[in-house]
Write a new protein. Structure first.
Lengths: 438, 328
C-alpha cells in the first residue's frame, strides 16, 4: 500500500522529527512497556478519573505512532501490529496540537514512577517544538513567542516602561530609607550581582522587585539590574522552540558579560531557573563564564552569613509550600526554599505529597497563555485544590511566578480563600531594618 | 479487541508448531531454526543497542527526585539527584535490580474532598517476582546445554526446589513466574485505564510468555518429555552437530516454537526494555548541568568566511571593478 501524500506541514513535521532523535527521545519513544504507572501520577488523570485519554502513556503513543510509522522498521512493515500511524493532514496536526499543548503541562511527575525512565514531558516538548516549527500552535503561544522574539520579553513590556517602573520603584525606596543611595542601579558595571526578573514582575507585581531591592540594599550588596536582557524567562522551554530558547538565553548572558557581572541571580521563577541555568547554555551553544543562582539561595546566604537579620515572628500565619515542577523535579531544588522558609515563618506546614511528588499548579510554565484550554486546565487542578485545602493553611508560598498565577487561578475557581506569596515577600516582611548609624 | 488479536496470534503459533511437529519440517525446527533464531536475537539486540547508544545525548535533563548538590550545609541526596558517577551507578543498580521507580508508586483516592494517599506496591512486587524468576529459570535451563552440568546450576536448582514438594520437585520460581505473569495479564485485562493504553504487542508478550511457562510446566509435571533426548538435542546445537530426536513429544515442540518466536520477536518489541533500561538518560546521567559544560554534539563547527577574509581574497578584483574596499 503506497502511503498517501502528506500535506506540506505534515511532511516537514516528519522530516524534522528525524533530526530530533537524540537519546532522550529514542529512549522515550522505544522504552515504554505500557505498565500504566504514569497513569496514576498524572494530575489530569487524577482529576478526570473517567477519561483515559489523559494517561501519559496514551498521550505519548500519539507521538510514538508517527515515529513508528516513519522511522521504526517494525512500524513501517507491520503498522497494524505495533499501532503505527502516520500524520498526513493539517487536521492531524491540529489534533496533535490539542494533545501536546492542551493535555499536558510538562510537569514531569510521570517520569518519577516510570520503570524505564521514559521522559514524557521532554518528548511532549519536542512534539510542541515540531508543531511550532510548522506554525501549528495555540494563538496565545504564538503571541507570547512573538513578544519574546521581537520585544525581548514574553509580556511585551517596552524598554521605556521597564526603565520607568524601575525608576519609580527607586524613588519609593529612596523615600523609605531616606538615603539617596537606596536606588536600583541600572546597568552598573562590575557588579557582584546582576539581577534578572520575570516580566510579570514589572507588569503586574512590582512589589516583588522592590522587596528584592530592599533586601539587596540592607545586605549592602553591589548589585544591578540590566536595561536589556532582563527577562530570564524563556518561552522556548514551553513551546519547545530551541531557536527561541537559544536567542532568549543568549540575550541574558550577553548583557551580563557586557556588564562584567560576577554572578547572575534569577528572581523566583521555576521556568526561568531551569531554562536560564540548566538548559540555556545548551541551546545557545556558548559557554557561560559566570555563576547563576536563584535568589532563594542568595537570600538564604545573606541570612546565614549575617548580612541581613530577619524576625520570623512577623510572619505568624500558617503557610504551606508548593514545589515548582521546574525547580524541583527538573533541577533538584528542594531544600533551599525550605531552609529559608523555616527562618522566615513560625508555622510552616508541608503539603502532602511534597517535594518530587508534588502536584502541578496547572501553570506549566506558560499554559495560562492558551485560553482555549482553560476549562480543562482548571478541571485538572482539582487534585491540587484538594491538596491545598487539606493543609489548612491560608497562605501558600511558592518560588515560581508561574505557579503564583496558576495557584491563584485554582484558588479562585475552587473558592479556597487562600493567598499566594513568594519567599522574597516573606523575607522582605521579616527583614529587620538596622538603625542608621549616622 | 487488541487482546483478541494477540490471542489469535498465539493460536496460529500453536497450530503451526503442531503442523511442524507432524511434518518433515521438524528437521527445520530442530536443526536449522535454532541457529537462525540465535543469530537474529543476538544480531537484532546488538543492532538496537548500538543504534540507541549512538544517539547523541545533548542535555542533562535528569529527573531529580531529590536535593541537588548545593550550598555546603544543605544535605544533598546522592541517589535521587546524583552529582557524580557513584550516585548514578547506585541509582541504576537499584533501578535494575530492585525496580526502585515502581516501588515509589503511590495510589491516590479522593475521599470526600480530601486526597488520600496509599501505597501501591503490587506491580512492583509481581514485576520483581516475574523478572527474577524468569532469570533463574533461564539460568537453570543451562543444564541442557552444558555437560557436565556446572555445580552452580545444580546448586541453583537445588535451592529453587528446596521444599521438595511433589515428584518431580516443584520449583519455586515456576510457581512464582506463573503468579507474576498471571497478575500482569489480569491487571491489563481488568483495570479499564490500563486496558485503554494496552496495545496488541502488550498482550502478545504476556500471552507468549504464559504459553512458554505453561508448556514448560506441562512437560515437567504432567506429560513428561524425554529429557535425555532433549539434552542430546541441545548439546547437538552447541556442538554444531544437530540431530533431530525422535518422540520427544508435541508439547516440547510447542515450547520450543514459542521460545523461538520470543527470541526472534524480542529485539523488535517492547521487550527490548531489557537493554533499554540501561540507556535511559533521565536515569543514567548525573545532575551536573552547571558544574560541567555539556555541548550539543550536533553543534558542528561552522565554517565561517568573514568579510575580512573575503576582501583579502578578492581585493584586487574589487578594486578593478571599482568597489570600495576597507583596507588598501
Amino acid at each position: 500500500m503506497a502511503a498517501k501524500a502528506r500535506s506540506h506541514k505534515a511532511e516537514k513535521f516528519v522530516e524534522r522529527l528525524r533530526k530530533k532523535l537524540n537519546r532522550q527521545m529514542v529512549g522515550s519513544l522505544a522504552g515504554c512497556v505500557h505498565c500504566g504507572m504514569c497513569t496514576e501520577s498524572c494530575h489530569y488523570v487524577l482529576s478526570n478519573p473517567d477519561d483515559p485519554t489523559y494517561a501519559p502513556a496514551h498521550k505519548a503513543d500519539q507521538i510514538r505512532k508517527i515515529f513508528k510509522r516513519n522511522i521504526d522498521w517494525t512500524g513501517r512493515v507491520f503498522p497494524w501490529w505495533v499501532h503505527a500511524e502516520d500524520i498526513r493532514t493539517d487536521e492531524d496536526l491540529e489534533k496533535l496540537k490539542d494533545i501536546v499543548f492542551g493535555k499536558c503541562t510538562n510537569c514531569r511527575r510521570c517520569s518519577l514512577n516510570c520503570p524505564m525512565g521514559v521522559d514524557f514531558a521532554t518528548l511532549n516538548r519536542m512534539a510542541r517544538g515540531l508543531l511550532v516549527s510548522v506554525g501549528v500552535m495555540p494563538e496565545g503561544v504564538a503571541a507570547v513567542s512573538k513578544d519574546q522574539w521581537e520585544v525581548g520579553n514574553q509580556m511585551g513590556v517596552l524598554p521605556q516602561d521597564y526603565i520607568e517602573t524601575i525608576e519609580w520603584l527607586s524613588d519609593e525606596l529612596e523615600n523609605e530609607f531616606k538615603d539617596p543611595a537606596a536606588r536600583i542601579p541600572i546597568d552598573k558595571v562590575d557588579a557582584e550581582i546582576v539581577y534578572a526578573i520575570n516580566p510579570r514582575e514589572v507588569k503586574y507585581d512590582p512589589r516583588t522587585i522592590s522587596d528584592a531591592a530592599r533586601i539587596f540594599y540592607v545586605a549592602g550588596e553591589n548589585w544591578t539590574m540590566p536595561s536589556e536582557g532582563w527577562d530570564m524567562t524563556n518561552f522556548g522551554l514551553f513551546s519547545g522552540d530551541d531557536e527561541l530558547g537559544a536567542a532568549v538565553a543568549e540575550r541574558v548572558y550577553e548583557k551580563v558579560i557586557e556588564l562584567r557581572g560576577k554572578k547572575l541571580v534569577l528572581s523566583e521563577c521555576g521556568h526561568g531557573y531551569r531554562s536560564t541555568r540548566c538548559e540555556g547554555p545548551n541551546w545557545s551553544g556558548n559557554s557561560v563564564p559566570f555563576a547563576i543562582e536563584s535568589s532563594v539561595l542568595t537570600m538564604l546566604r545573606y541570612i546565614r552569613e549575617g548580612r541581613i537579620q530577619v524576625d520570623k515572628t512577623r510572619n505568624k500565619e500558617a503557610v504551606t509550600f508548593h514545589d515548582s515542577c521546574n525547580n524541583a523535579r527538573s533541577c533538584g531544588f528542594y531544600e533551599e526554599p525550605r531552609e529559608l522558609l523555616n527562618l522566615l515563618v513560625t508555622d510552616f506546614r508541608e503539603m502532602y505529597p511534597n517535594r518530587a511528588e508534588n502536584f502541578c499548579c496547572t501553570g506549566g510554565g506558560g499554559a495560562m497563555s492558551m485560553s482555549e484550554y482553560t476549562p480543562e486546565r482548571l478541571k485538572s487542578g482539582k487534585i491540587k485544590a484538594d491538596q491545598l485545602r487539606a493543609t489548612g493553611a491560608k497562605t501558600v508560598v511558592t518560588s515560581c511566578h508561574n505557579c503564583v498565577d496558576g495557584l491563584s487561578d485554582l484558588i479562585r475557581h475552587y473558592k479556597l480563600g487562600m493567598k499566594v506569596t513568594q519567599l522574597v515577600n516573606l523575607t522582605a516582611n521579616a527583614l529587620v531594618i538596622p538603625e542608621k548609624a549616622s | 479487541m487488541n487482546l483478541w488479536i494477540s490471542l489469535i496470534a498465539i493460536l496460529i503459533l500453536t497450530l503451526s508448531a503442531l503442523g511442524i511437529t507432524y511434518s518433515p519440517l521438524s528437521f527445520l525446527l530442530g536443526a536449522i531454526l535454532p541457529y537462525a533464531v540465535f543469530m537474529i536475537f543476538v544480531g537484532g539486540f546488538t543492532y538496537r543497542i548500538v543504534r540507541w547508544a549512538g544517539a547523541p545525548v545533548p542535555f542533562r535533563i535528569t529527573t531529580t527526585c531529590g536535593q541537588q548538590t548545593s550550598l555546603p550545609w544543605i544535605r544533598n541526596n546522592p541517589l535521587e539527584s546524583p552529582s557524580g558517577m557513584a550516585g548514578v551507578i547506585g541509582r541504576m543498580a537499584l533501578e535494575v535490580f530492585l525496580f526502585r521507580s515502581l516501588f515509589r508508586n503511590t495510589d491516590v483516592a479522593i475521599v470526600g474532598q480530601r486526597p488520600v494517599y496509599g501505597s501501591a506496591k503490587w506491580l512492583w512486587f509481581f514485576g520483581l517476582l516475574f523478572h527474577w524468576s524468569l532469570l533463574i529459570i533461564v539460568l537453570r535451563h543451562l543444564r541442557f546445554f552444558i555437560e557436565p552440568i556446572a555445580p552452580w546450576i545444580n546448586g541453583l536448582s537445588a535451592i529453587d526446589g528446596f521444599f521438595e514438594i511433589g515428584v518431580p520437585t516443584l520449583y519455586l520460581t515456576d510457581t512464582a513466574v506463573l503468579a507474576g505473569l498471571t497478575f500482569l495479564f489480569l491487571r491489563r485485562v481488568v483495570v479499564p485505564r490500563l486496558r485503554y493504553i494496552s496495545l496488541v504487542t502488550d498482550y502478545f508478550a504476556v500471552l507468549l510468555l504464559l504459553g512458554i511457562v505453561t508448556t514448560g510446566l506441562l512437560m515437567r509435571h504432567f506429560v513428561p518429555a524425554d529429557l535425555v533426548q532433549v539434552k542430546n538435542l541441545a548439546l547437538g546445537w552447541v556442538t554444531f552437530a544437530p540431530a533431530v530426536p525422535k518422540g520427544v513429544g508435541t508439547v516440547f515442540y510447542i515450547h520450543l516454537y514459542f521460545v523461538f518466536t520470543l527470541l526472534v520477536w524480542f529485539p523488535f518489541s517492547k521487550l527490548m526494555h531489557m537493554g533499554g533500561v540501561f540507556l535511559s538518560p533521565t536515569r543514567n546521567l548525573a545532575n551536573d548541568n552547571r558544574t560541567k559544560r555539556h555541548l550539543n554534539p550536533w553543534n558542528a563547527p561552522v565554517k565561517v568566511h568573514t568579510y575580512e577574509e573575503y576582501e583579502d581574497e578578492f581585493r584586487e578584483k574589487m578594486k578593478l571593478a571599482g568597489l570600495p574596499v576597507e583596507k588598501e
